[in-house]
Design a protein around this ligand. Structure first.
Ligand code: IDP
Ligand code: MG
Length: 152
């Protein structure tokens, strides 16, 4: 069954001009872009998105980072999209992430790890509602999608 997940190209990905290159990896995998926009995150949105990390030692740095430049936020859809995207991201710390993963290939930092991906279907639902109005997430068919999706 198709599933939706939220991705954020964090400010380091935008500044390093890696958005197109990384988005291409998701598209090549077979994920459909259901929503996409660039915006400047304010402190309130950053704190809501990272609410589970309030009080941790890295929280203030994380808020400075995520508000430090524009992000590109999107919704991807595909079979098991939450787990598929998390696997493509690799471990949180770029120094430990396996080569072949996005963080493993492009990041050498624990904080500046380029991409956020929802960690569960419940998180995905919460995060999609936080970042997008309902009309901004678009349902449409990809022509020939049976060649990508069948046999799920
Ligand atoms: P995740 O993005 O792999 O789910 P989380 O543990 O949920 O990782 O942390 C959220 C984000 O906070 C990470 O992606 C990273 O940018 C940052 N972060 C996590 N742990 C640390 C840390 O120990 N130092 C600095 N930044 C951190
Ligand atoms: Mg997380």
């Amino acid at each position: 069954m198709p599933q939706k997940t939220l991705i954020i190209f964090k400010p380091d990905a935008v500044q390093r001009r890696l958005v197109g290159e990384i988005l291409a990896r998701f598209e090549s995998k077979g994920l459909r872009v259901a929503a996409l926009k660039l915006l400047q995150v304010d402190r309130s949105l950053g704190e809501k998105h990272y609410a589970e990390h309030v009080g941790k030692p890295f929280f203030e740095g994380l808020i400075s980072f995520i508000t430090g430049g524009p992000v590109v936020v999107g919704v991807l859809e595909g079979n098991e999209a939450v787990a598929v995207v998390r696997a493509m991201l690799g471990a949180t710390n770029g120094t430990a992430a396996a080569p072949g993963t996005i963080r493993g290939d492009y990041s050498i930092s624990k904080q500046n790890n380029l991409i956020h991906g929802s960690d569960s279907p419940e998180s995905a639902a919460r995060e999609i509602a936080l970042w997008f109005r309902p009309g901004e997430v678009v349902d449409y068919a990809i022509a020939g999608s049976q060649w990508v999706f069948d046999g799920a």
